[in-house]
Design a protein around this ligand. Sequence first.
Ligand code: OAD
Length: 238
Amino acid sequence: MAGILEVKTRLATARSVTVLTGAGISADSGVPTFRGADGLWRNFRAEDLATPGAFARDPRLVWEWYNWRRELIATRKPNPAHDAVAAMERRFSRFWLITQNVDGLHRDAGSTRLSEIHGNIWKVRCTACGRIEDNRQVPIPILPVCTLCHKLVRPHIVWFGESLAAEDLATSHAALESCDVLLIIGTSGMVYPAASFAPVAKSAGAFVVEINLDATPNSDLVDVALQGHAKDIVPLLL
Ligand code: OAD
């Protein structure tokens, strides 16, 4: 495929690499994406399920939806694209992964230098004391409570209308502004602030590559756009 050789050459001389991923990298593991033909937001209303207001109105409904997603994700495994991203972390001494995915599949593949900027579906956060806990129960008993203060917990996920953690934003910007190469894998580029990450890296001088099944709003500004399945393309870049 035209462009792969150029990306490989850039990576061969890169000292610092940053990767940004979205739901498309996990699509090859059988995790549904959000937009597109079979996307979750085609069949569910985000405002009923993934906002602070929705949880305040009906925490049971929100937890039932997250339980359904936890059940689905629990049966899924990382694919060769997740494995290749984990291998890049071992290859480059300066490497950072920014993922919008909450499924935890990058960690399962062995990635450790990462910011999960939208949270993690396997963590819960207390609505009263703020304590964050790992929780792998499938199904999680509804309604789940904090082990410390016994108040309601919520998914540790950044919902629509909420801000990213300041530390994740700062770490992401540092990684975007200092990288030689940015790989953007399987994201529609529709959700901010991640949608602004390609221009941030580009204007800081990075060589920017997109890997996606389709063209996205990022496609025109990247140096190379590789169209196809992440599981087929990402392993070829190493
Ligand atoms: P989207 O569902 O918006 O976009 C998925 C992208 O992956 C699309 O551009 C597809 O073309 C591409 N894609 C699908 N299958 C692919 C494959 N096998 N290989 C490569 N690319 C593929 O998902 P995100 O961009 O991640 O927020 O969405 C961003 C955020 O919106 C999510 O993190 C989620 C959602 O609301 C939260 O849950 C907080």
